[in-house]
Design a protein around this ligand. Structure first.
Ligand code: KIV
Length: 282
């Protein structure tokens, strides 16, 4: 199986065919996704909430990211693996950013990293790329800004804020990011950016004009229920499917129908008699 590189991803834009990407956080989901033709798999810092149960993406640590990136990498063959840089793993300085991006590649077995922000982190982005690590940008609604923004808000609704996002997109493309996530912005703005820059845009809550789309695995399969964000579709209710399976197991145990002889091993009759004799003679 040929591994996708960043040129393969960039070719997708030229083909003008929309492509689907998504997140993964563990070995079984990586194996499931690996059977499908998904070009990029992101080990997102959304793991903070959907895997570790924190309230938002600010608490997750580098070490918690590395545990799951390694697990996903063991299950993925062809897809380009992108590891998210968690909050405070790149903000403090260029050196900290390069070191942590390096850890995601060397220890976390990722092929690229993603970080949130535009011109304010352009030095970090450039230094990571100079170090030889591909970077995916992420602008618009930046979930790591939840504290300073007092919540999750669609960005770029006014001409001034839209212009800032447009300029961020151009600056990141100039700095050499290989693809750009556009999150939570009006579709017209996403369309303008997508038409302007040469690298693929990957939208989440940014409308249909992006080159590709990205979604959180748990949202599209309804793993935490069907109450998903406005930008997502729960295509199946896997929470219910899994609960149904567990309930059947539970009732089989309670009704004494599991395990049955198919699930069990019988001892050789003579060995059993000898065992009983030995126990009696103890
Ligand atoms: O962490 C994440 O899951 C993301 C998205 C773009 C899906 O950053």
């Amino acid at each position: 199986m040929k591994k996708n590189n960043i040129l393969d991803i960039q070719k997708l834009k030229n083909l003008n065919t929309p492509f689907a990407t998504l997140t993964a956080y563990d070995f079984p989901s990586a194996k499931i996704i690996n059977e499908l033709n998904i070009p990029i798999v992101l080990v997102g810092d959304s793991a903070s909430m959907v895997v570790y149960g924190y309230k938002d993406t600010t608490p997750i640590q580098m070490d918690e990211m590395l545990l799951i990136t390694k697990a996903v990498a063991r299950g993925i063959g062809a897809a380009l693996l992108v590891g998210d840089m968690p909050f405070m793993s790149y903000q403090p300085s260029v050196e900290v950013a390069v070191q942590n991006a390096g850890r995601l590649i060397k220890e976390g077995l990722m092929d690229a990293v993603k970080l949130e922000g535009g011109t304010e982190y352009i030095d970090q982005v450039s230094a990571i790329i100079t170090a030889g690590i591909p970077v995916m940008g992420h602008i618009g609604l930046k979930p790591q800004s939840v504290l300073i923004e007092s919540g999750y808000k669609i960005q770029g609704k006014t001409s001034d804020s839209a212009l800032k996002i447009y300029q961020d997109a151009l600056a990141l493309a100039d700095a050499g990011v290989f693809a750009l996530v556009l999150e939570g912005i009006p579709e017209e703005l996403a369309q303008i950016i997508t038409q302007k820059i040469k690298i693929p845009t990957i939208g989440i809550g940014a409308g249909k004009f992006c080159d590709g789309q990205i979604q959180v695995l748990h949202d599209i399969i309804g793993l935490l229920g069907e109450n998903v964000p406005k930008h997502a579709n729960a295509y199946i209710n896997s929470q219910k499917i899994i609960q149904d399976g567990i309930s059947q197991y539970q009732s089989d145990v309670e009704n004494n129908t599991f395990p049955n002889s198919n699930h069990s091993t019988k001892m050789d009759a003579q060995e059993l008699t000898e065992l009983k004799n030995k126990i009696e003679n103890l």
